[in-house]
Structures are given as C-alpha cells and as structure tokens.
Design a protein around this ligand. Structure first.
Ligand code: DP6
Length: 342
C-alpha cells in the first residue's frame, strides 16, 4: 500500500470473493477464528469502493451507502442500524490501534446490487479496513490487514490478498490470516454468478454459523476439509479444471449438508438452485467443464475456464428463473485508489 496519508482521508476498493473451500463455523465467536481453513477466488465483477475521512470536527460516525453502480438513478439507501453498528465497531478497532477518538464519515458504493446475494460483507469489510488504516496512517502489513478485516467479517480477510487466497485457520487471532496462493493473472477462470433471488438472506451467515455444532455431520466435514484444501491447492497448481470442479462441488455439498442438518436447519437453496445444479451435471455429461458452488443463499456460482464461458453463458440463457448474471474473472485484492467518493 503506497499512498502515505496526512489528511485523514483515504479510499479503498475491494472485491467480494467466492469460497472454493468454504468457511462455516467459528472456533472463537468474537475473534472470528474459523473451525477450518478456506480457499477463495476474488471476484472482478463484485467490487466495493469505500471512502473514509476522520475529523476532530465530527460529533459522531456516519455511514452512507450510495446506490450501486448498476442503478445510478436509485435513491441513496443507508445501511440498517445493525449493519451500521457492525461497521462502526470495525472503525473503532482501527481507531483503537491508532490511539485516536476522532469520528469518521464513511461513504461506500458497490458495483453490484446489495440485494444480489454477492458477499457484500467480505468486500465491504475489506475496503473499510484498508481505507481506515490508511486514513489514520497505520502502517500495517498485508497480513495485519487480513487479521483486522477478519474481525469485521471472517470472509473479508480473503478479499485483501491478490487472486487465489488461502485463509489459514490458525489458533490465535495473530495466526488466523489470509495470503495469496496465486495472483489473479495466474489462471483465467470464470465465475458466472447466476442470480435467481434478490431478496436478503433469511438467516445471516453469522447467525447460521452459531448452530454449526448441532449438525451430526460437522465432525465428518472437519475431518475431510484438510484433505480437500490440499486437493484444491493441487488443482490450482496444475490448473486441473476437473479436479478443481470435483473438489469445489464436494466441499459446497458438504457445507450445505451441515447447514441443512443443524438445529434448526438452515436451508439456503430453493427449487431453482437445485434445477441449476442438475442442469450443470447434464451439461457436463455433454462435455462442458462447468461446476457449481453455492454460498449462504439460493444464487449459484458456475465456474469454468475462460474458453468455456461462451457456451456456459448460452446454456444459462435456457434456464428458468434466472434474474441476472454477473461474470467474474479472478481479481486483485483490496487496494487504495486516489479517487474519493466525496
Ligand atoms: C457461506 O464471512 O459472512 O459465504 O464471519 O460471521 O461475517 P462472518 O461470516 P461470513 O461467512 C461466509 C460464509 C460463506 C462461506 C465462505 O465464504 O467461506
């Protein structure tokens, strides 16, 4: 991070990320130390931009969400009180580090609809962490930034390093951090994000995870994830799309099995999600190397190599219930920019 800052203002952009090996469950609730390590790819089509300015003249923090870039005519809609509180808590962690009590004005904008089901908490907490640390002149390493972002939202730590990222679960706050396995230009993959439902999640990820230990399948998942992490690393190293896809789908299904067998169960899929999963299997039987993965919602990420994107996109046109599609390439991690939002 190169811009050194004297004027208490900074802007960062950060991508959302799609988990290739999922994070579901915390070993430590407040510190957001996960039960298992995870791997992700940053998404070029789901970016958050955040400007923050601290000032001794402000009497409180304010957090404003601008209309997303796809709906410029839409009215500005602010965060809910709960969301704003969580952002303010993250700013306070950074204020504490910098030993200041100055309040801040935050303005943030997504490149994608907030309600699209794209992980706006990952890109959002990565962007605010990088921008606020810079604005207050903290000289943090990338590792320290990932640790700080993790405290805001676990998956946010994976939106800071470049491209393909591993979040090492660790045992303490200091050794639960994320780093890049390969830069974004390493492998020209596509994540075709198929949106079938724009409504907000019925069960937030933080709430859903709280019940993870009630699933009888958690133990099996946790035993198998280390091997899948190694297999995913091998798939990336060899650029082996078939191994990649096999491990991708297996880990997704393992996480959803745990979710669905928690007490109370967390069902994030709907009928359209399932029909897409079945269609992908049928397309694959016809030779198209495309694979699904799904986070905590009904929308589906379809992954393939760049050469297969056209055929995959054409096939998606034939699916019922698709509301929109966001095409993602592997993207760089969070970084500072000189254009501010205010
Ligand atoms: C299903 O990072 O949103 O997307 O740490 O409570 O903020 P908190 O959870 P969050 O969880 C993401 C869960 C997931 C899988 C993943 O991205 O690894």
């Amino acid at each position: 991070m190169v811009f050194m800052n004297n004027n208490l203002k900074a802007t960062a952009v950060a991508p959302a990320n799609i988990a290739l090996i999922k994070y579901w469950g915390k070993a430590h609730e407040d510190l957001r130390i996960p039960l298992n390590s995870s791997i992700s790819m940053n998404m070029s089509g789901a970016i958050t931009t955040t400007t923050i300015e601290f000032s001794k003249h402000l009497t409180r923090d304010s957090v404003t969400l601008l209309p997303d870039k796809t709906n410029p005519s839409e009215e500005t809609k602010d965060f809910s009180d709960k969301e704003a509180d969580r952002i303010v808590r993250q700013i306070s962690r950074i204020r504490e580090r910098a030993k200041t009590s100055m309040f801040a004005r935050v303005v943030t904008q997504n490149s994608f609809p907030k309600s699209s089901g794209a992980a706006s908490s990952a890109s959002g907490f990565a962007a605010i962490t990088v921008a606020a640390s810079e604005a207050l002149g903290l000289r943090l390493s990338q590792k320290e930034l990932t640790i700080l972002a993790r405290l805001g939202s676990g998956s946010a730590c994976r939106s800071i390093p470049d491209g393909f990222v591993l979040w090492e679960k660790g045992n303490t706050s200091e050794d639960s951090y994320a780093y890049s396995l390969y830069p974004s230009a390493y492998w020209d993959l596509r994540d075709v994000f198929v949106i079938v439902d724009r409504s907000a999640k019925k069960i937030s990820t933080s709430d859903g995870m709280k019940n993870v230990t009630t699933s009888p399948f958690l133990r099996d998942r946790l035993e198998r994830v280390p091997e899948r992490i190694e297999l995913m690393k091998t798939a990336l190293q060899k650029k082996d799309i078939e191994l990649f896809g096999h491990v991708l789908e297996e880990d997704c299904l393992s996480m959803h099995l745990v979710m669905q067998t928690q007490v109370p169960p967390a069902f994030y899929w709907n009928a359209i999600t399932e029909s897409i999963m079945k269609s992908v299997a049928a397309w694959r039987a016809d030779g198209l190397k495309a694979y699904f993965t799904i986070d905590a919602g009904p929308n589906v990420h379809l992954m393939c190599e760049a050469k297969d994107e056209k055929e995959l996109s054409e096939n998606i046109q034939t699916l019922p219930g698709v509301q929109s599609v966001i095409i993602n390439k592997p993207a760089p991690g969070a970084h500072l920019v000189s254009d501010h939002l205010f």
